[in-house]
Design a protein around this ligand. Structure first.
Ligand code: AMP
Ligand code: MG
Length: 344
């Protein structure tokens, strides 16, 4: 059942209070922003974030944008550069998303950031959305509220068409004013890079901070050399092998369901075989096995079979990237990337 909540009565904002309660409980609530309707979940709760991917049937864990009521709360979660502060002052609230290094004390979970050392943050220009974010007091991850591959929704009916029965509520805030997605600007490297054109033009951005590297230059410069070599994504130091049916004493085991016997180093994604739990524990598991396995002298991380249905698709996609052949040291040096292979 998907509740349809309204938030048009400022005196009795019951719909808004209910939406905040649901989010606090780790549930999914779609809400309008000035760009499109977002499918919101508590960005600090990996199980809640896993539910976003499940509801959207997204086959990949791509990083999500976290939403905030003001720049002060956004800049507690990421390290704000002077350029970021200038842009925030000029364009927030508004359709501009900034990619910045995650703050060491930040609470945005790994799944929301897809394991990256950076996070995307934004303050939307929609009063009800801002009131909801303020009421919750936590970052809200919110990709567009449609099934994967479908058109982004610009009113509550569109959201219901695609997601009724799959999410807990939609907060009906009327049609979206802008209707196109936010501009995404990466400020984590040496030069500002446009990752996605959107509601704020790059020319307007350049009047505030000077030259911005355009999308195409950036894409070419960062083109991965082989599949799975996405240099900006977390890859464990140990090699990874998928779909194993037995484990050697010198292997670290990423289990799913009843674990194989014999592993000295073990992380179970979900003892009960639940894919949402497995998704929520995936990045922590890779990091833990990498660290503990290396300490214990393990030769590699091995992964038990995970079903290729529902969230299993995205989990397998992510593990496939971790298991893909690595660039050799030379290729690594040649790769024109500003990102690290590993996340501390
Ligand atoms: P949406 O589905 O509209 O929320 O889009 C999210 C977009 O933001 C995707 O294209 C992501 O690749 C991009 N994005 C989010 N976080 C990051 C990040 N840390 N680094 C680069 N791109 C990001
Ligand atoms: Mg979308």
């Amino acid at each position: 059942m998907t509740d349809r909540l309204v938030a048009d009565d400022a005196e009795q904002p019951e719909g808004l209070i209910r939406a905040a309660e649901l989010l606090r409980d780790g549930r999914l609530v779609a809400f309008g922003t000035e760009t499109v309707y977002g499918l919101g979940a508590d960005a600090t709760n990996p199980l809640a974030v896993a539910r976003i991917f499940e509801a959207k049937e997204r086959p990949r864990f791509n990083p999500l944008i976290s939403h905030f009521p003001d720049s002060e709360s956004a800049f507690k979660q990421v390290v704000a550069t002077p350029l970021a502060r200038k842009l925030a002052e000029k364009f927030w609230p508004g359709p501009l998303t900034l990619v910045l290094p995650r703050h060491p004390d930040g609470e945005i979970c790994d799944l929301a950031a897809a394991g990256l050392p950076t996070a995307a943050v934004r303050v939307p220009a929609q009063d009800t959305a801002l009131a909801l974010l303020r009421a919750l007091g936590r970052p809200v991850a919110a990709p567009s509220a449609n099934r994967s591959g479908a058109v982004s929704p610009s009113d509550a009916d569109h959201v219901m068409d695609g997601l009724a029965g799959r999410i807990d509520a939609v907060l009906d805030t009327g049609p979206c004013a802008v209707g196109v997605e936010s501009t995404i600007l990466d400020l984590s490297g040496d030069t500002p890079r446009l990752l996605r054109p959107g509601g704020v033009t790059v020319e307007d951005i350049e009047t505030v901070i000077g030259p911005v590297e355009r999308h195409h230059d950036a894409r070419e410069a960062n083109a991965p050399i082989a599949p799975g070599m996405l240099t900006s994504h977390y890859a464990p130091g140990l090699p990874v092998a998928l779909d194993v049916r037995s484990v050697q004493p010198d292997e670290a085991l990423l289990a799913f369901g009843p674990p194989l016997t014999g592993a000295r180093v073990l992380w179970n994604l979900s003892e009960t075989g639940h894919l949402d739990e497995a998704a929520s524990r995936l990045f922590a598991g890779l990091r833990a096995l990498d660290r503990q396995g290396t300490q214990a002298g393990c030769s590699r991380i091995v992964v038990q079979p995970i079903p290729d249905t529902g969230l299993g698709l995205a989990i397998r996609d992510r593990l496939g990237r971790a298991a893909a052949p690595r660039p050799d040291a030379d290729a690594c040096q040649d790769a024109p990337s500003t990102q690290e292979h590993h996340v501390a």
